[in-house]
Design a protein. Sequence first.
Length: 509
Amino acid sequence: MAAAPAVGGNRAAITVCVILATLMQALDTTIANVALPYMQGSVSATQDQIDWVLTSYIVAAAIMTPPTGFLAGRFGLKRLFLVSVAGFTVASMLCGMAQSLTQIVLFRVLQGAFGAALVPLSQSVLLNINPPERQGSAMALWGVAVMAGPILGPVIGGWLTANYTWRYVFYINLPIGIVAFLGMRVFLTDTARNPAEKLDWFGFGTLSLGIGALQVLLDRGEQLDWFGSGEIWIEAIVAASAFYLFLVHTFTADEPFVKPALFRDRNFAAGMAFIFIVGVTYLASLALITPYLQNLMNYPIVTAGLVLGPRGIGTMVAMMIVGRLVGRVDTRLLLVIGLGLTAWSFHDMTGWTPDVSQMTIMGNGVVQGAGLGFLFVPLSTVTLATLPPDQRTDGTGLFNLSRNIGSSVGISVVTSLLTQNTQANHADIVQHVTAVNRVFETPAIAQFWNPATDAGRAALDAMITRQAQIIAYIDDFKLLMIATLIVIPLLIVFKQAPGGGEDHALVVE
C-alpha cells in the first residue's frame, strides 16, 4: 500500500486513459456491423464470407480473455496494457487499409486478440488504484464506457460510413489509442512481475478450443440451420470434448489455468452466473431492437441510432447514481431495482407495434438503460471486491468472458427464435387467409390484397410476413423478460457485511 499516494495523485489521469481504452474496445464490438454491406462490395465477398469479419473478432477476443491474468503476472500489468493498446490500434489501422477479405479477417483476429485484455485490465486497474469506498464510483465510470460502446457503435459507424467510407470505422481508433497509450505510459505505475510464472498450456489450449468452437457454432448456427448441418455437429462435438477435458484437467492439475479457488468465493461464483444473464439480455435486446426499427419501422440507420441513444443516457445517469450508493445501500436492493426496471421495459416492449412512437421507444430505452446501470455497477463491485488483489486480474478476465459468452448465447437464441417463430406464425395466419374469406369482398382491401391476382398475392404475403414478424418479436421480448425475472432468486447468495457502512465491502457469510 506504500504506492497508493503516488497512484492517487495520478488517479484522474489514469482513470481517463483506462476509460478511453475500454471505450475503444467496446465500440468495436458493434461499430463494424453497419459497415458490413459496404465492405462486402469493396472486397467482392459473399454474405457467408463477410460474416467472418465479425466472427473472427469475437472468437479471437473470447480466446485471449482468460489468459489476461497470467500475462499480467508474467510481464507486468503496465507493460501488458501498453502492448494491448498499441497492438489494438495498429491492428485497427491495418483493418482500415486492408484490400482483400483475407486481410480484413486476419487483421480482425489480431484486433480481437490484442483488445481482449483491455476490458479486464481496465477493471483491475481501477479497482487497484481506488480505496474500497471509491470502488463503486470507479466501476460506474468504467461501466459507462463498457455499456455505451455497443450503443454508440451503430450510430458512429453509420455516420462515418455514410459520410466517408467504411474504412473510417477502424481509423477512428487511432487518436483514441494514441491518447490512451501516452497517458498510461506516463501515469500508470507497474505491478510486480513474476518471470518464473508458467502457463498451463493444456488448460489454456482446451479452454481456447472449446470457446472458439462454441463461438463459431453460435455465430453460424442460424445461417446453417443449426444441427441440420454437419459443420455445426462437428463444432458442437469439438466444443463439448474440449470443455470436458478442460474441467477434468482443472480439478486434477497442481497448477491449473483457471484456479478453482476463485469459485470458492460465493460472491464471485454467483456474480459469474449473474453477469451471464445480464449479457444474454443486454446485447440480445440490442440485436432485436435495431432490425425492428430498420426493417419494420423503416428507420434509416442514423435515425435508429439516435432513437436508441437515450438508452445510453439512462445507463450513464443510473451508473453515476449507483456508484455513490454502492457500500451505503444493500447491494441486493440495487440489483432488485435493476432487474425490476429491465423486466418492466421488456414487458412494455411486448405491447409494441410498428406504429409505436419515437417518444415511447426513447422512454423505454431510458428505463432499460437505467436498469442496466443499477445492475452492472454493483454487480461488478460485489463480484470482484472480495477477491484477493493477486487474483483480481484472473477474476476480471473470467467475469468478462462470462458476459461475452452470455451475449453470444443470447443473440443466437433470440435471432434463431425470431426466424423460427416468424415461419410458424406465417403458417398459422395463412390458414385464415383464403379466397372465400368475406374480408376480401371489401373494395378497399381487394384493391391491394386481391388473392386472385399475382400482385395481390405478393402484397398479401408481404403483409402476412410482417404480421408474423411482429408476433415473433413480441415472443422474444417475453423470453427476455422471463430470463430477467428468473435470476432474482440468485440474490440470496450475496450477503451484506456487518454494519453495512461505507467502508464495508460485501462479503459472504
